[in-house]
Design a protein around this ligand. Structure first.
Ligand code: DAH
Length: 343
């Protein structure tokens, strides 16, 4: 009987090892461990044994039963792992296969110009700051030296949301926000690209357009720093041969204020239709930060000065890429958008 038990144990182990699925395992479980199985039928024989033999027989039975049960469990787990592995293998994606449809989108010209301008200024040590598009009158106008009822408000026909909020008409409020965040301690050297909104609509004006604001505040900042900075920017953006000139102008938040022209890159300054036969193209507004603005934004005017500038994103893009109508930026004609995907 003992021999048979060992035989059964061996046979069970072999069969379990070669079982291929759970179903077979369940059958083996019944075959070897069910009450009516041959192995278990030996339990009934206990009674026939001498009392001193019963203990060791019981031990043997228990150990064989336990071993078979363990083997079945082990095999069950192994089968589970194997199944999972098989499933994972079946589901792997071969990422080395070439992608059939290679139609790619293109970076929008607007973003392209923002990135180009940003790169130039980051190269000069500037940081990028952003401000909200729904802005408080306080930042958009008042802190920029345009009190309520000031006639300069008419320069920017604005979309007001309520008494105190408007869609920002310029990126200049970011100047005030950044200055206030510095608690009167310079230096500041930032540009701020973003969307702006005005009640304007024709081939060169849109109710929504982009600006890039620049602000530098430090000790000993002069107009020549502004000139040098803009000259470098213009040469990098429009070509080494470009020069700039400044014309006196008026902005409420700068004093003195200037409008900056670049020498025409179409005719080189001789005069053509692009520059309206003047040899120069107006490109941006700038100036030295008005002392009122510095003071309102917490800076000591005896210690700090600064310059600021604001440039239209679409305007730069239109000049640089010869685009005739500002509305092309917003109608999302893919034939237009894709022309500038030259990276
Ligand atoms: N915010 C002005 C505008 O939208 C542009 C501008 C002019 C910004 C002069 C400046 C500046 O920072 O100094 O018309």
């Amino acid at each position: 009987m003992i021999n048979r038990i060992h035989e059964i144990e061996k046979e069970a182990e072999e069969k379990i090892a070669s079982a291929e699925n759970n179903e077979e395992l369940s059958k083996l479980q019944v075959l070897y461990l069910a009450k009516k199985s041959e192995l278990m039928s030996f339990m009934a024989k206990m009674r026939e044994l001498k009392p001193e033999e019963r203990a060791s027989f019981g031990e043997l039975m228990n150990s064989v039963k336990g071993k078979i049960q363990n083997k079945i469990e082990e095999k069950r787990n192994a089968l589970k792992d194997h199944e999972l592995e098989k499933k994972l293998k079946k589901e792997t994606i071969d990422i080395t296969l070439p992608y059939e449809n290679d139609s790619r989108g293109a970076k929008h010209l607007f973003q392209r110009v923002v990135d180009e301008v940003s790169d130039i200024f980051i190269g000069m040590g500037y940081q990028i700051e952003e401000g909200p598009e729904v802005e408080l009158d306080h930042y958009n106008f008042e802190l920029l030296n345009v009190p309520k009822d000031h006639p300069a408000r008419d320069m920017q026909d604005s979309f007001f949301i309520d008494e105190t909020h408007l869609m920002r008409s310029q990126t200049s409020p970011v100047q005030a926000r950044v200055m206030l965040s510095k608690n009167g301690v310079g230096p500041i050297k930032i540009i701020s690209p973003g969307k702006t909104f005005r009640r304007d609509e024709d081939a060169t004006h849109s109710h929504q357009f982009g600006q890039i604001e620049g602000l530098v505040i430090d000790e000993h900042i002069s107009m020549s720093d502004l000139l040098g900075t803009l000259e470098l920017f213009v040469k990098k953006m429009f070509g080494e041969k470009r020069s700039i000139r400044m014309r006196p102008s008026y902005f409420p938040f700068t004093e003195p204020s200037v409008e900056v022209d670049i020498s025409c890159f179409e005719c080189g300054g001789k005069g053509c239709s692009l520059c309206k036969h003047s040899g120069w193209i107006e490109i941006l507004g700038a100036g030295m930060v008005h002392p009122n603005v510095l003071r309102m934004c917490g800076f000591d005017t005896n210690k700090y000065q600064g310059f600021a500038f604001g440039v239209g994103i679409e305007r730069v893009a239109m000049l640089r890429y010869g685009i005739d109508d500002i509305r092309r930026f917003y109608t999302n004609d893919l034939r237009f958008n894709k022309q500038f995907d030259k990276e």
